[in-house]
Design a protein around this ligand. Structure first.
Ligand SMILES: NC(=O)c1ccc[n+]([C@@H]2O[C@H](COP(=O)([O-])OP(=O)(O)OC[C@H]3O[C@@H](n4cnc5c(N)ncnc54)[C@H](O)[C@@H]3O)[C@@H](O)[C@H]2O)c1
Length: 248
């Protein structure tokens, strides 16, 4: 696909599917803005993508901080003149990231605040900031990353499951409804287990394996292309059939 002169802003761009999105769109000619809380990893990723050669900047950003989100948006527009695609990849299960264990009521409430802030408020903040730019452009595509966990629920990662459910229904539909008048589409991609971490291989699927990250990025790329111009306000489950198995 040809993304020459298109600018793609990716949150969580220093690891996993976010980084692979950056690498893939860069190879297809896009300008890349990676926003991630991990400044050290971000610097390495930017250097690697710049070698393609590609136009890329990294903006250390905590998606929980609206001022930092606005700064990332402004850096993208100042550097490249537009934001054509926003991919909200930053996120993750709160008990894993905060290294918390135990039953739900015994885990400190701050762990769940973190889960909501990163997984739900982060995409809301980025959508809010970037839509102000897409409204001026009268074009754009916004991708949310949902999860099979948003469909199944999770006894421990309650905030992660709740945030992903919210992204997969209310937020994707609402952003699509608002954006349509400005030619902005919003679509959610909800993966099952993805091998950005070896542990994901343990989750059962109908096809007997977890996804390669490239299988998810392929779908994201299609959904952000003009070939998907009729697709907005909906969620694509890409889970090897897991959601059709009953809870594994
Ligand atoms: N890997 C899976 O199996 C899987 C399954 C379903 C959904 N997802 C979702 O897909 C997305 C990407 O997953 P992944 O496995 O590629 O992720 P990953 O863990 O490899 O990378 C996540 C990135 O987000 C960044 N990040 C975390 N908190 C942040 C913050 N506050 N501000 C800015 N950046 C922050 C991290 O530094 C990291 O670079 C996530 O939203 C995840 O919930 C993943």
């Amino acid at each position: 696909m040809d993304y020459t002169n298109k600018t793609v802003l990716i949150t969580g761009g220093a690891s996993g599917m976010g980084l692979l999105c950056g690498q893939t769109y860069a190879k297809d000619g896009a300008n890349i803005v990676l926003a991630d809380i991990n400044a050290e990893a971000l610097e390495k990723c930017v250097a690697e993508i710049a070698a393609y050669p590609a136009h890329v900047i990294g903006v250390p950003t905590d998606v929980r901080d609206y001022a930092q989100v606005v700064h990332a948006r402004d850096m993208a527009v100042q550097t490249f003149g537009s934001i054509d695609i926003l991919i909200n990849c930053a996120g993750g299960a709160e008990t894993r990231i905060c290294q918390a264990s135990g039953e739900f009521p015994d885990i400190p409430i701050g762990v769940y605040d973190f889960g909501i802030d990163v997984n739900l408020k982060g995409p809301l903040y980025f959508d809010h900031a970037v839509l102000a730019q897409m409204r001026i452009q009268k074009s754009g595509v916004i991708i949310h990353l949902g999860s099979i966990t948003g469909e199944e629920g999770c006894a421990g990662n309650v905030a992660y499951a709740a945030s992903k459910s919210a992204l997969m229904t209310g937020m994707t539909k609402s952003i699509a409804r608002y954006g349509a008048q400005y030619n902005v589409r919003c679509v959610c991609v909800a993966p099952g287990p993805v091998l950005t971490r070896p542990a994901m291989a343990r989750m059962k699927t109908m096809v007997g394996r977890a996804a390669e990250p490239s299988e998810i990025v392929d779908l994201i790329q299609y959904l952000t292309s003009d070939r998907a111009a009729f697709i907005t306000g909906t969620t694509y489950m890409i889970d090897g059939g897991r959601s059709a198995m009953g809870h594994a």
